[in-house]
Design a protein around this ligand. Structure first.
Ligand code: IMP
Ligand code: MG
Length: 171
């Protein structure tokens, strides 16, 4: 049975420091523009909440969800919590973790069709060993080993999103 590790992979302090660095970089890159930060639910809500409070450029927040097909884990459709304008906007997709890359690859293709002015991706965690689709984020929080991690928004069967740090499940 999967069990929570007692060790910590990334502390709350490490996460806060890195989010602040990313927010500084993004604020510089988007100077003079209004950013549309798009939170990919559910895992990214903590990253989004912490990031936007450190930005110095104007930002609007949107929320989307990708539903996966029942048979396998391939994306089926993008669900918008409320529809929002993509055409002509500076879109920054916020994802908790880049694993195989299938989800982000699908989303980038979908959103590109609506003609954003720019489309970039921020991922908090990158498990590059697990990649099946060639894809790199524009902003990456941490590269991590290929383990199933939880905390800071990330879940295992809807548990552990509330942890202020990131740890992993022991199988
Ligand atoms: P990808 O399409 O394989 O890149 O899947 C990324 C999605 O899988 C993320 O948005 C997460 O919801 C989930 N995921 C992948 N790895 C982990 C993990 O280690 N912990 C929690 N969720 C994960
Ligand atoms: Mg999940």
């Amino acid at each position: 049975m999967a069990e929570l590790s007692k060790e910590v992979l990334l502390t709350a302090e490490q996460l806060a420091k890195r989010i602040e660095e990313l927010a500084e970089e993004i604020s510089r890159d988007y100077q003079g523009r209004t950013l549309t930060a798009v939170c990919i639910l559910k895992g990214s809500f903590v990253t989004l909440a912490d990031l936007i409070r450190k930005l110095t450029c104007p930002v609007s927040c949107e929320f989307i969800r990708v539903s996966l097909s029942d048979e396998n884990d391939t994306p089926r459709e993008v669900q918008y919590t409320t529809p929002f304008e993509i055409a002509g906007k500076d879109i920054l997709l916020i994802e908790d973790i880049l694993d195989t890359g299938v989800t982000l690859n699908y989303l980038i293709n979908q959103l590109s069709e609506s003609g954003p002015r720019s489309l970039r991706v921020l991922v908090l965690l990158d498990k590059s060993e697990a990649r099946k689709v060639e894809i790199e984020a524009d902003y990456t929080g941490f590269k991590i080993p290929n383990r199933f991690v939880v905390g800071y928004g990330l879940d295992f069967n809807e548990r552990y999103r509330e942890l202020p740090y990131i740890t992993w499940m022991k199988s």
